[in-house]
Design a protein around this ligand. Structure first.
Ligand SMILES: O=C(O)c1cc(=O)[nH]c(=O)n1[C@@H]1O[C@H](COP(=O)(O)O)[C@@H](O)[C@H]1O
Length: 305
């Protein structure tokens, strides 16, 4: 009797842990990458792309653009990254399109990373986080990008809400723009670069997690020379952080170049492309072909463990 109830408690506990685990962002991402490969496809409705697709440069054109992206991306890639700026520029109507886009991808079981690069003092950060993380959030994504340059600790409200709700956070570390080094390569009193300190803080958060922790890092696909010069490849490989690597295609990075640049960390990289894929639109089958081709190139260059 006693042993039966202890066995059933063990089974219940195992089930609860397994259920919680499958709801964690890192676990969901791992499943998606296993199924679709590591490509993250971006939705960046630049004005030039709206024009090229024959759409009006307003919330209506934006809505048609985003709907077409959902049709092309859903069920074809591990992760889709809408860039909030291109929606917010159209005000409330643009934000409504963003909400509808995130909901449609969720309905299709495709993970979303909302690129909002939020960063503020902790109390304000909590409000930013509640806009996007957790099921109560009006503009809910599976993960968001955040900026740690007000100090890593200022991100705590977002990291804590993500942990509580099973969502993820991607922390900027080494960005793809040339100006980033001015801040990210600077060294603190301990001799470490800012980028290295951010990687260390994320590694601490991901301790004990599976292949992907819930806290990712953003490391531009074009930063190969910096990764080598600053000696960061081993630290990235040990971080358990999904490594969002924007810059594939339009910014000059290639899938093979990303594999070389990240070396031992290559198995954690999510190469990210927006304009290079979107240039294939507006024709839906051409857009789908571009997604499939890019996903194939990325999967071949970055074999999964
Ligand atoms: O956080 C990002 O996504 C990001 C970080 C970075 O270092 N560089 C970078 O380009 N990005 C974003 O990634 C996307 C790159 O778009 P494409 O250059 O068109 O592929 C844009 O949405 C950028 O805002």
């Amino acid at each position: 009797m006693c042993s039966t109830s202890s066995a059933s408690r063990t089974i219940t506990r195992r089930w609860t842990v397994a259920q919680a685990d499958s709801q964690r962002f890192g676990a969901r991402l791992e499943e998606a990458v296993d199924q679709f490969g590591p490509l993250c496809a971006g939705i960046d409705p630049h004005e030039a792309l709206l024009d090229a697709w024959g759409l009006s440069v307003d919330a209506e054109g934006l809505g048609e653009f985003a709907d077409r992206c959902v049709e092309a991306y859903a069920g074809r890639v591990a992760l889709v990254k809408p860039q909030a700026a291109f929606f917010e520029r159209f005000g409330a109507a643009g934000v409504a399109v963003l909400e509808r886009t995130l909901d449609a991808l969720r309905e299709a079981d495709t993970l979303t990373l909302l690129d909002v690069k939020r960063g503020d003092i902790g109390s304000t950060m909590a409000a930013y986080a509640s806009a996007h993380l957790g099921p109560q959030a009006p503009t809910h994504a599976d993960a968001i990008t955040v900026s740690p340059f007000l100090g890593f600790g200022s991100l705590d409200p977002a990291l804590d809400l993500a942990e509580a709700s099973g969502d993820g956070v991607f922390v900027l570390a080494l960005t793809s723009n040339p100006e980033g080094g001015q801040v990210q390569h600077a060294r603190g009193d301990d001799g470490r670069t800012v980028a290295e300190s951010i990687i260390a803080a994320v590694t601490e958060r991901n301790a004990g997690e599976g292949r992907f922790g819930d806290t990712g890092l953003v490391v531009g696909a074009t930063t190969g020379k910096d990764i080598a010069d600053l000696g960061l490849a081993e630290a990235l490989a040990a971080s358990r952080a999904p490594l969002l690597a924007p810059g594939l295609g339009a910014q000059g990075a290639t899938a093979d170049g990303i594999a070389r640049a990240f070396g031992p960390a290559a198995g954690l990289v999510l190469p990210t492309s927006s304009r290079a894929i979107l240039a294939a639109g507006p024709d839906l089958s051409a857009l789908r072909d571009a997604v499939t081709r890019t996903a194939g190139e990325v999967a071949a260059a970055l074999p999964q463990p």
